[in-house]
Design a protein around this ligand. Structure first.
Ligand SMILES: [Zn+2]
Length: 249
């Protein structure tokens, strides 16, 4: 994806991070919101990406030292991963926000909801031993961070022109999406994915509760959406409202 696609509006950009994950390249898209007062990162990548995230923020024309909030859509390791390092390296106090239900998992007070499922999965069994050990280590000692503030369904965060929290359980029990009012942008987290370049519903193999996840897609369809940033899939701008409606059927 080029710069033009990643820039959604003034103060809204998808950050593109390509990483080599156990021999396979994968790209993730955290979101950056900013204005005069706030610089907000939504989701914090895999572990070990602090430098890459810092560079992506600077490439968007924003000083990393201005970062003052991180919103975590859910507990999965690919979303919390570099948060501890970002907090440790930041010059200023960075406030971390997440839904109440996700808080104990992100803080490490409860084991990650998918830790057991991942260890039992077929894919896991087929991995070479060294990779299996590395994964096991991540799950038994996942990246964690203190949540400073919990946010709830329908709450409008008074930052960057207004960001509405949409509680969308399913992928995990406390998953949230965000809706940026001025640019009509939906940040999906993992509530929506992409399949062969097409905006798609939640990925069943990675979803904790598929019924709930489908209900959450219906909830998203109620918003007036012009842009979508999909953590695993990137930016979608064409006919997104129509496409989300199709996904609810
Ligand atoms: Zn994910």
């Amino acid at each position: 994806m080029g710069w033009i696609e990643l820039r959604i509006a003034d103060g809204v950009e998808a950050l593109e991070l390509t990483v080599n994950l156990m021999g396979r390249e994968t790209t993730i898209y955290p979101t950056l919101f900013w204005d005069e007062e706030s610089v907000i990162l939504v989701d914090a990548g895999f572990p070990g990406l602090e430098q890459q995230i810092r560079e992506a923020i600077e490439m968007a024309g924003v000083s990393f030292d201005r970062l003052n909030k991180v919103i975590i859509t859910h507990q999965d390791v690919d979303h919390v991963g570099s948060l501890p390092e970002i907090l440790a390296k930041s010059q200023r106090k960075v406030e971390v926000l997440a839904h109440e239900v996700e808080k104990p998992y992100i803080q490490g007070d409860k084991p990650l909801i998918k830790a057991d499922a991942a260890k039992r999965s077929k894919l896991f069994e087929t991995l070479p031993e060294e990779q299996r050990k590395r994964l096991q280590a991540v799950f038994s000692n996942p990246p964690k961070a203190k949540i400073d503030r919990t946010i709830e369904d329908g709450e409008e965060l008074p930052y960057c022109g207004g960001i509405i929290v949409i509680y969308t359980p399913g992928h995990t029990p406390g998953h949230i999406c965000l809706y940026h009012k001025p640019s009509k942008t939906l940040v999906t987290g993992d509530a929506l994915t992409a399949n062969e370049g097409r905006l798609s519903g939640p990925n069943p193999s990675a979803t904790y509760d598929m019924d709930e996840a489908n209900k959450s897609v219906k909830k998203l369809a109620q918003y007036d959406i012009e842009n979508v940033i999909c953590y695993h899939g990137g930016v979608f701008k064409e006919d997104v409202q129509k496409r989300i409606l199709q996904l609810t059927i």
